[in-house]
Design a protein around this ligand. Structure first.
Ligand code: MLT
Length: 301
């Protein structure tokens, strides 16, 4: 899963002589485990491009990955025989912004609000298909919460990422997604798909007209897909610190923040972005999601 696609980062050496001039002396590869054009790719490009302008340190930090709640927590709960340990074989580098999930449908779905949508889904369960980025992905976690919170169920269609999935939603090849804001919001604004609610306690500052799931009559359906950067185990601590500093600086950049917040993403604090804090957060998320995912009784095909 982690080897699907990559984004090459060329980092220009900065003036920090302490770590010598050797790192980085060649492009750093940022692995994006989902299809191009989707939410994870969007974050990788916006943050990665800005990071490219900062790093300078000792060697070996040439492969990093941008992943999220689904790939780095839920997958570890769903898939019993992963050939790597999500907590042991990867080094947390920096926590990145998080994406609240939106309940969105194609424009052909005859429902004007979430209550009508749920009634429609219950009456047409065999006619409706929902798109996800596969088992354990953010959009799949969203479906689990949506089904549990509404008592609905419908056919799931897996895609390589929600980038291609949302194109099929626009074309009404599928009818519903519980999708990361940064992927769906531009299409909602363009009137190509319809949004019913944001699966969060607060409305999104980027979309104040979209009610929360609680306001729409379905309290408790709240899922936010946090994202982060990881490096392989054994990556020297000073390189992790260097990459973290580049990510923290990138998220302090007003233009980077504007682009991500305009897509409905929520920013972590510099303290939350620190490797140790991120590691503790990931472990707490494992403890939180394990009973939820096990209760959902997800069958791995
Ligand atoms: C993507 O970039 O396609 C996503 O992160 C997919 C997902 O997890 O739903």
């Amino acid at each position: 899963m982690l080897r699907r696609s990559a984004l090459a980062l060329l980092v220009v050496a900065s003036a920090a002589p302490a770590l010598g001039q050797s790192y980085p002396s060649k492009p750093i590869t940022m692995i994006v485990p989902f299809a191009a054009g989707g939410p994870t790719d969007i974050t990788a490009r916006i943050v990665g491009e800005r990071m490219g302008k900062l790093a300078h340190a000792a060697p070996d930090g040439y492969t990093i990955g941008i992943v999220h709640l689904g790939t780095n927590v839920v997958n570890g709960i769903i898939y019993k025989n992963l050939n790597y340990d999500l907590l042991g074989d990867l080094v947390p580098v920096a926590r990145l912004p998080s994406n609240p999930l939106l309940v969105v449908t194609s424009n052909q779905v005859p429902a004007k609000d979430m209550k009508e949508l749920v009634a429609y889904l219950k009456a047409n369960a065999d006619k409706v298909s929902g798109g996800t980025a596969g088992m354990g992905s953010g959009s799949h976690i969203g479906v689990l919460a949506f089904h549990a919170g509404t008592g609905t169920s419908y056919q799931l269609v897996p895609y390589r990422g929600t980038g291609p999935a949302v194109q099929d939603l626009i074309a009404n090849q599928i009818q519903i997604m519980i999708d990361q804001s940064s992927n769906s919001l531009p299409h909602v604004r363009a009137g190509k798909i319809r949004a019913y609610a944001v699966a969060s306690k607060q409305r999104s500052a980027a979309a104040p007209d979209i009610p929360t799931t609680a306001e729409a009559g379905f309290p408790g359906i709240e899922v936010t897909i946090w994202q982060g950067l990881w490096a392989p185990k054994g990556t020297p601590a000073d390189i992790v610190a260097k990459l973290n500093a580049a990510a923290v600086a990138a998220l302090k950049d007003p233009e980077v923040r504007r682009k991500l917040e305009d897509l409905g993403q929520d920013m972590p604090t510099p303290e939350q972005m620190q490797p140790a804090a991120f590691d503790a957060f990931q472990r707490a998320e494992f403890a939180k999601w394990k009973p939820i995912i096990e209760k959902a009784n997800v069958k791995v095909e």
